[in-house]
Design a protein. Structure first.
Length: 368
Protein backbone atom coordinates (compact mmCIF):
# COMPACT_ATOMS: atom_id res chain seq x y z
CA UNK A 1 0.00 0.00 0.00
CA UNK A 2 1.04 3.58 -0.62
CA UNK A 3 1.72 5.91 2.29
CA UNK A 4 1.55 9.68 2.55
CA UNK A 5 4.43 11.71 4.05
CA UNK A 6 2.33 12.03 7.24
CA UNK A 7 2.18 8.27 7.89
CA UNK A 8 4.45 8.36 10.96
CA UNK A 9 2.52 11.37 12.29
CA UNK A 10 -0.68 9.29 12.19
CA UNK A 11 0.99 6.31 13.88
CA UNK A 12 2.36 8.57 16.64
CA UNK A 13 -1.11 10.09 17.15
CA UNK A 14 -2.76 6.67 17.48
CA UNK A 15 -4.28 6.50 14.02
CA UNK A 16 -6.20 3.33 13.18
CA UNK A 17 -4.84 2.67 9.70
CA UNK A 18 -6.94 1.15 6.92
CA UNK A 19 -6.63 0.44 3.21
CA UNK A 20 -8.36 3.29 1.39
CA UNK A 21 -8.10 2.72 -2.35
CA UNK A 22 -4.55 1.44 -2.01
CA UNK A 23 -3.48 4.10 0.51
CA UNK A 24 -2.77 3.37 4.18
CA UNK A 25 -4.68 6.13 5.96
CA UNK A 26 -6.27 6.69 9.39
CA UNK A 27 -10.00 5.98 9.58
CA UNK A 28 -9.99 7.44 13.12
CA UNK A 29 -7.66 8.05 16.07
CA UNK A 30 -7.67 5.88 19.20
CA UNK A 31 -8.03 8.72 21.69
CA UNK A 32 -11.08 10.20 19.99
CA UNK A 33 -13.07 8.17 17.45
CA UNK A 34 -15.34 9.27 14.61
CA UNK A 35 -18.07 11.03 16.62
CA UNK A 36 -15.67 13.11 18.73
CA UNK A 37 -13.59 14.01 15.67
CA UNK A 38 -16.69 14.96 13.67
CA UNK A 39 -18.13 17.22 16.38
CA UNK A 40 -14.73 18.80 17.01
CA UNK A 41 -14.59 19.98 13.39
CA UNK A 42 -18.07 21.46 13.78
CA UNK A 43 -17.20 23.29 17.03
CA UNK A 44 -13.43 23.92 16.93
CA UNK A 45 -11.11 22.59 14.22
CA UNK A 46 -9.72 19.47 12.59
CA UNK A 47 -6.73 18.61 10.41
CA UNK A 48 -7.05 16.06 7.60
CA UNK A 49 -4.30 14.39 5.60
CA UNK A 50 -5.57 14.48 2.01
CA UNK A 51 -2.24 13.88 0.29
CA UNK A 52 -3.81 10.97 -1.60
CA UNK A 53 -5.78 13.47 -3.72
CA UNK A 54 -4.60 14.07 -7.27
CA UNK A 55 -3.22 17.26 -8.80
CA UNK A 56 -2.78 18.02 -12.49
CA UNK A 57 -1.39 21.23 -13.97
CA UNK A 58 -2.73 22.57 -17.26
CA UNK A 59 -0.90 25.19 -19.32
CA UNK A 60 -0.92 26.67 -22.79
CA UNK A 61 -2.82 29.09 -25.00
CA UNK A 62 -5.80 26.73 -25.30
CA UNK A 63 -5.91 25.74 -21.60
CA UNK A 64 -9.15 27.56 -20.77
CA UNK A 65 -11.08 26.29 -23.79
CA UNK A 66 -9.83 22.73 -23.29
CA UNK A 67 -10.87 22.54 -19.63
CA UNK A 68 -14.20 24.21 -20.42
CA UNK A 69 -14.99 21.49 -22.95
CA UNK A 70 -14.45 18.78 -20.33
CA UNK A 71 -16.42 20.19 -17.39
CA UNK A 72 -19.99 21.26 -16.65
CA UNK A 73 -19.36 24.65 -15.02
CA UNK A 74 -18.20 27.75 -16.92
CA UNK A 75 -14.42 28.08 -16.62
CA UNK A 76 -14.42 31.07 -19.01
CA UNK A 77 -16.25 33.13 -16.35
CA UNK A 78 -13.49 32.61 -13.76
CA UNK A 79 -11.02 35.26 -12.66
CA UNK A 80 -7.39 34.87 -11.58
CA UNK A 81 -7.03 33.42 -8.08
CA UNK A 82 -10.48 31.81 -8.12
CA UNK A 83 -11.38 28.16 -7.45
CA UNK A 84 -14.42 26.65 -9.21
CA UNK A 85 -16.21 23.41 -8.36
CA UNK A 86 -16.75 21.28 -11.45
CA UNK A 87 -18.09 17.97 -12.69
CA UNK A 88 -16.61 16.01 -15.58
CA UNK A 89 -19.13 13.90 -17.50
CA UNK A 90 -19.13 11.00 -19.93
CA UNK A 91 -20.83 11.31 -23.33
CA UNK A 92 -23.83 9.44 -21.85
CA UNK A 93 -24.24 12.00 -19.05
CA UNK A 94 -22.72 9.96 -16.24
CA UNK A 95 -19.83 11.25 -14.16
CA UNK A 96 -16.13 10.64 -14.67
CA UNK A 97 -15.19 12.67 -11.57
CA UNK A 98 -15.86 15.89 -9.71
CA UNK A 99 -12.96 18.26 -9.26
CA UNK A 100 -11.73 21.71 -8.31
CA UNK A 101 -10.32 24.05 -10.96
CA UNK A 102 -7.77 26.64 -9.73
CA UNK A 103 -7.16 29.51 -12.18
CA UNK A 104 -3.82 31.34 -12.20
CA UNK A 105 -4.60 32.95 -15.55
CA UNK A 106 -6.30 31.93 -18.80
CA UNK A 107 -3.26 29.88 -19.78
CA UNK A 108 -2.44 28.25 -16.42
CA UNK A 109 -4.62 26.10 -14.15
CA UNK A 110 -4.41 23.49 -11.40
CA UNK A 111 -6.96 20.66 -11.32
CA UNK A 112 -7.54 18.81 -8.04
CA UNK A 113 -9.12 15.39 -8.58
CA UNK A 114 -10.33 12.54 -6.39
CA UNK A 115 -7.76 10.05 -5.08
CA UNK A 116 -9.65 6.99 -6.33
CA UNK A 117 -9.85 8.45 -9.84
CA UNK A 118 -6.32 9.76 -10.45
CA UNK A 119 -5.35 7.10 -13.01
CA UNK A 120 -8.78 7.13 -14.69
CA UNK A 121 -8.84 10.95 -14.90
CA UNK A 122 -5.27 11.12 -16.20
CA UNK A 123 -6.20 8.68 -18.98
CA UNK A 124 -9.36 10.71 -19.69
CA UNK A 125 -7.36 13.94 -19.96
CA UNK A 126 -4.87 12.33 -22.33
CA UNK A 127 -7.59 10.74 -24.45
CA UNK A 128 -9.11 14.20 -24.97
CA UNK A 129 -5.91 16.24 -25.14
CA UNK A 130 -5.82 19.09 -27.67
CA UNK A 131 -3.11 21.11 -29.39
CA UNK A 132 -2.02 24.15 -27.41
CA UNK A 133 -2.42 22.35 -24.07
CA UNK A 134 0.26 20.82 -21.87
CA UNK A 135 -0.69 18.73 -18.83
CA UNK A 136 1.41 17.31 -16.00
CA UNK A 137 0.36 14.90 -13.27
CA UNK A 138 2.02 16.25 -10.10
CA UNK A 139 0.07 14.04 -7.67
CA UNK A 140 3.17 12.14 -6.54
CA UNK A 141 5.00 15.42 -5.90
CA UNK A 142 2.23 17.10 -3.89
CA UNK A 143 1.18 16.70 -0.25
CA UNK A 144 -2.03 18.28 1.02
CA UNK A 145 -3.77 18.95 4.32
CA UNK A 146 -7.26 20.32 4.99
CA UNK A 147 -7.63 22.58 8.03
CA UNK A 148 -11.36 22.83 8.75
CA UNK A 149 -13.68 24.29 11.37
CA UNK A 150 -14.62 27.62 12.98
CA UNK A 151 -11.11 28.05 14.45
CA UNK A 152 -9.31 27.29 11.18
CA UNK A 153 -8.68 30.92 10.27
CA UNK A 154 -7.22 31.77 13.69
CA UNK A 155 -4.90 28.74 13.52
CA UNK A 156 -3.73 29.49 9.99
CA UNK A 157 -3.06 33.14 10.85
CA UNK A 158 -0.31 32.04 13.27
CA UNK A 159 1.78 30.31 10.61
CA UNK A 160 1.38 32.15 7.28
CA UNK A 161 2.77 35.37 5.83
CA UNK A 162 -0.61 36.94 5.03
CA UNK A 163 -3.93 37.58 6.79
CA UNK A 164 -6.24 34.61 5.98
CA UNK A 165 -9.26 36.84 6.66
CA UNK A 166 -8.50 38.53 3.32
CA UNK A 167 -8.80 35.25 1.38
CA UNK A 168 -12.32 34.93 0.01
CA UNK A 169 -14.32 31.69 -0.15
CA UNK A 170 -13.24 29.53 -3.11
CA UNK A 171 -10.16 31.63 -3.81
CA UNK A 172 -6.48 30.76 -3.41
CA UNK A 173 -3.09 32.33 -2.85
CA UNK A 174 0.23 31.15 -4.30
CA UNK A 175 2.92 31.35 -3.07
CA UNK A 176 2.32 31.39 0.68
CA UNK A 177 5.08 31.01 3.27
CA UNK A 178 4.09 28.55 6.01
CA UNK A 179 6.90 28.83 8.55
CA UNK A 180 9.48 28.60 5.78
CA UNK A 181 7.59 26.11 3.59
CA UNK A 182 6.35 27.28 0.18
CA UNK A 183 2.64 26.48 -0.20
CA UNK A 184 -0.60 27.04 -2.08
CA UNK A 185 -3.51 27.94 0.25
CA UNK A 186 -7.17 27.93 -0.78
CA UNK A 187 -10.32 28.70 1.21
CA UNK A 188 -12.02 25.42 0.32
CA UNK A 189 -12.96 22.16 1.99
CA UNK A 190 -15.20 19.10 2.16
CA UNK A 191 -16.88 19.48 5.56
CA UNK A 192 -19.49 22.25 5.36
CA UNK A 193 -17.35 24.39 7.68
CA UNK A 194 -15.05 27.30 6.97
CA UNK A 195 -11.56 26.10 6.26
CA UNK A 196 -8.48 25.92 4.09
CA UNK A 197 -6.63 23.41 1.96
CA UNK A 198 -2.84 23.67 1.88
CA UNK A 199 -0.61 22.15 -0.82
CA UNK A 200 3.15 21.70 -0.44
CA UNK A 201 5.95 19.63 -1.95
CA UNK A 202 5.62 15.95 -1.02
CA UNK A 203 8.75 15.85 1.13
CA UNK A 204 7.46 18.79 3.21
CA UNK A 205 4.19 17.04 4.11
CA UNK A 206 5.14 15.83 7.60
CA UNK A 207 6.69 19.19 8.49
CA UNK A 208 3.51 20.97 7.41
CA UNK A 209 1.35 18.59 9.47
CA UNK A 210 3.42 19.16 12.60
CA UNK A 211 3.50 22.96 12.13
CA UNK A 212 -0.31 23.14 11.82
CA UNK A 213 -0.94 20.75 14.73
CA UNK A 214 1.39 22.79 16.97
CA UNK A 215 -0.29 26.07 15.96
CA UNK A 216 -3.72 24.67 16.79
CA UNK A 217 -3.04 22.97 20.11
CA UNK A 218 -4.49 25.85 22.18
CA UNK A 219 -7.47 26.25 19.81
CA UNK A 220 -8.84 22.73 20.09
CA UNK A 221 -7.32 21.30 16.91
CA UNK A 222 -7.51 17.51 16.52
CA UNK A 223 -6.28 15.17 13.77
CA UNK A 224 -9.26 13.79 11.87
CA UNK A 225 -9.61 10.46 10.08
CA UNK A 226 -11.48 9.26 7.01
CA UNK A 227 -14.57 8.24 9.00
CA UNK A 228 -15.38 11.78 10.12
CA UNK A 229 -14.35 13.18 6.73
CA UNK A 230 -17.16 11.13 5.18
CA UNK A 231 -19.81 11.90 7.83
CA UNK A 232 -19.01 15.64 7.70
CA UNK A 233 -19.36 15.88 3.91
CA UNK A 234 -22.49 13.71 3.95
CA UNK A 235 -24.30 15.89 6.52
CA UNK A 236 -23.37 19.02 4.54
CA UNK A 237 -24.87 17.63 1.33
CA UNK A 238 -21.55 17.27 -0.49
CA UNK A 239 -21.37 14.43 -3.03
CA UNK A 240 -19.01 11.46 -3.05
CA UNK A 241 -17.92 10.20 -6.45
CA UNK A 242 -18.90 6.53 -6.70
CA UNK A 243 -21.99 7.10 -4.55
CA UNK A 244 -23.81 10.37 -5.38
CA UNK A 245 -22.06 10.38 -8.76
CA UNK A 246 -21.47 7.28 -10.93
CA UNK A 247 -21.11 6.49 -14.60
CA UNK A 248 -24.90 6.01 -14.66
CA UNK A 249 -25.88 8.72 -12.14
CA UNK A 250 -25.28 12.20 -13.48
CA UNK A 251 -25.23 15.65 -11.88
CA UNK A 252 -28.85 16.60 -12.59
CA UNK A 253 -30.40 13.49 -11.03
CA UNK A 254 -27.95 13.82 -8.13
CA UNK A 255 -29.23 17.35 -7.44
CA UNK A 256 -26.21 19.37 -8.55
CA UNK A 257 -27.71 21.17 -11.54
CA UNK A 258 -26.46 24.51 -10.18
CA UNK A 259 -22.97 23.49 -11.33
CA UNK A 260 -24.13 22.47 -14.80
CA UNK A 261 -24.21 25.29 -17.36
CA UNK A 262 -26.24 23.63 -20.10
CA UNK A 263 -26.09 26.67 -22.39
CA UNK A 264 -22.44 27.65 -22.07
CA UNK A 265 -20.65 28.51 -25.29
CA UNK A 266 -18.71 25.68 -26.88
CA UNK A 267 -20.54 22.95 -24.97
CA UNK A 268 -18.99 20.11 -22.97
CA UNK A 269 -18.85 16.33 -23.02
CA UNK A 270 -22.25 14.96 -21.98
CA UNK A 271 -24.09 18.26 -22.53
CA UNK A 272 -26.59 17.01 -25.16
CA UNK A 273 -27.71 14.09 -22.95
CA UNK A 274 -28.05 16.29 -19.85
CA UNK A 275 -29.99 18.88 -21.85
CA UNK A 276 -32.38 16.16 -23.01
CA UNK A 277 -32.77 14.87 -19.44
CA UNK A 278 -33.81 18.33 -18.27
CA UNK A 279 -36.19 18.90 -21.17
CA UNK A 280 -37.92 15.53 -20.77
CA UNK A 281 -37.94 15.63 -16.97
CA UNK A 282 -35.72 13.69 -14.60
CA UNK A 283 -36.68 10.05 -14.09
CA UNK A 284 -34.80 9.77 -10.77
CA UNK A 285 -33.75 12.17 -8.04
CA UNK A 286 -31.89 12.04 -4.74
CA UNK A 287 -33.89 12.82 -1.61
CA UNK A 288 -32.67 13.04 1.97
CA UNK A 289 -34.27 10.95 4.72
CA UNK A 290 -34.04 10.66 8.48
CA UNK A 291 -34.76 7.27 10.04
CA UNK A 292 -37.85 6.94 12.23
CA UNK A 293 -37.45 3.22 12.93
CA UNK A 294 -34.25 1.86 14.40
CA UNK A 295 -31.65 0.83 11.87
CA UNK A 296 -28.65 2.20 10.06
CA UNK A 297 -29.08 2.74 6.31
CA UNK A 298 -26.08 1.86 4.15
CA UNK A 299 -24.91 2.34 0.56
CA UNK A 300 -26.89 0.30 -2.01
CA UNK A 301 -29.69 -0.78 0.37
CA UNK A 302 -33.09 -0.87 -1.35
CA UNK A 303 -35.64 1.90 -0.83
CA UNK A 304 -39.38 1.12 -0.96
CA UNK A 305 -42.65 3.07 -1.04
CA UNK A 306 -45.65 2.58 1.27
CA UNK A 307 -46.83 -0.40 -0.80
CA UNK A 308 -43.50 -2.17 -0.46
CA UNK A 309 -42.51 -1.53 -4.06
CA UNK A 310 -38.78 -0.94 -4.50
CA UNK A 311 -38.34 2.51 -6.04
CA UNK A 312 -34.66 3.22 -5.47
CA UNK A 313 -31.43 2.70 -3.55
CA UNK A 314 -29.41 4.39 -0.81
CA UNK A 315 -26.40 6.28 -2.21
CA UNK A 316 -24.96 7.24 1.20
CA UNK A 317 -26.27 6.27 4.62
CA UNK A 318 -25.11 6.25 8.21
CA UNK A 319 -25.10 8.04 11.52
CA UNK A 320 -25.06 11.85 11.47
CA UNK A 321 -23.33 13.00 14.68
CA UNK A 322 -24.49 16.64 14.35
CA UNK A 323 -28.11 15.47 14.19
CA UNK A 324 -27.68 12.47 16.51
CA UNK A 325 -29.74 10.49 14.00
CA UNK A 326 -29.42 7.86 11.28
CA UNK A 327 -29.76 9.50 7.87
CA UNK A 328 -29.50 8.65 4.18
CA UNK A 329 -29.45 9.97 0.64
CA UNK A 330 -31.83 7.93 -1.50
CA UNK A 331 -31.93 7.83 -5.30
CA UNK A 332 -35.60 7.21 -6.11
CA UNK A 333 -37.87 7.21 -9.13
CA UNK A 334 -39.84 10.38 -9.83
CA UNK A 335 -42.23 11.75 -8.77
CA UNK A 336 -40.31 11.83 -5.49
CA UNK A 337 -42.05 12.03 -2.12
CA UNK A 338 -42.30 15.50 -0.59
CA UNK A 339 -40.63 16.65 2.64
CA UNK A 340 -42.56 15.10 5.53
CA UNK A 341 -43.64 12.04 3.58
CA UNK A 342 -42.27 8.56 4.20
CA UNK A 343 -39.99 6.05 2.56
CA UNK A 344 -38.83 2.65 3.80
CA UNK A 345 -35.23 1.42 3.81
CA UNK A 346 -34.83 -2.36 3.52
CA UNK A 347 -32.36 -3.23 6.29
CA UNK A 348 -31.51 -6.93 6.72
CA UNK A 349 -34.68 -7.89 4.89
CA UNK A 350 -37.00 -5.67 6.93
CA UNK A 351 -38.57 -2.41 5.77
CA UNK A 352 -37.64 0.40 8.19
CA UNK A 353 -39.59 3.66 8.13
CA UNK A 354 -37.89 6.96 7.31
CA UNK A 355 -39.06 10.53 6.78
CA UNK A 356 -38.07 12.71 3.83
CA UNK A 357 -36.33 15.86 5.10
CA UNK A 358 -34.97 19.03 3.52
CA UNK A 359 -31.47 18.93 2.04
CA UNK A 360 -28.81 19.36 3.28
CA UNK A 361 -29.02 17.73 6.70
CA UNK A 362 -26.63 20.33 8.11
CA UNK A 363 -26.47 24.02 7.17
CA UNK A 364 -23.05 24.95 5.85
CA UNK A 365 -21.00 27.56 7.73
CA UNK A 366 -18.83 29.03 5.02
CA UNK A 367 -17.22 32.44 5.43
CA UNK A 368 -18.13 34.32 2.26
Amino acid sequence: MKRTPMYQCHIAAGGRMVDFGGWELPVQYEATGIKVEHLNVRSKAGLFDVSHMGEVTVAGPKAEAWINGLVTNDVSAMHDGQVLYNIMCTPSGGVVDDLLVYRYNRERYLLVINAANVEKDWAWFNDHLADGVKIENISAKTAEVALQGPNAEAILKKIVDFDPATLEFFHFKDPVDVKGIKAIVSRTGYTGEDGFEIYVDWEKGADLWNIVMEAGKDLGLLPIGLGARDSLRFEAGLPLCGQEFTDTLGPLEAGFGFFVKLDKAGGFIGQPVLKKQKEEGLKRRIVAVKMIDRGVPRHEMEVADKDGKVIGVVTTGGYGPSLDANIANCLVNTPVPAVGENLWIVIRGKAKKAEVVKKPFYKKHYKK
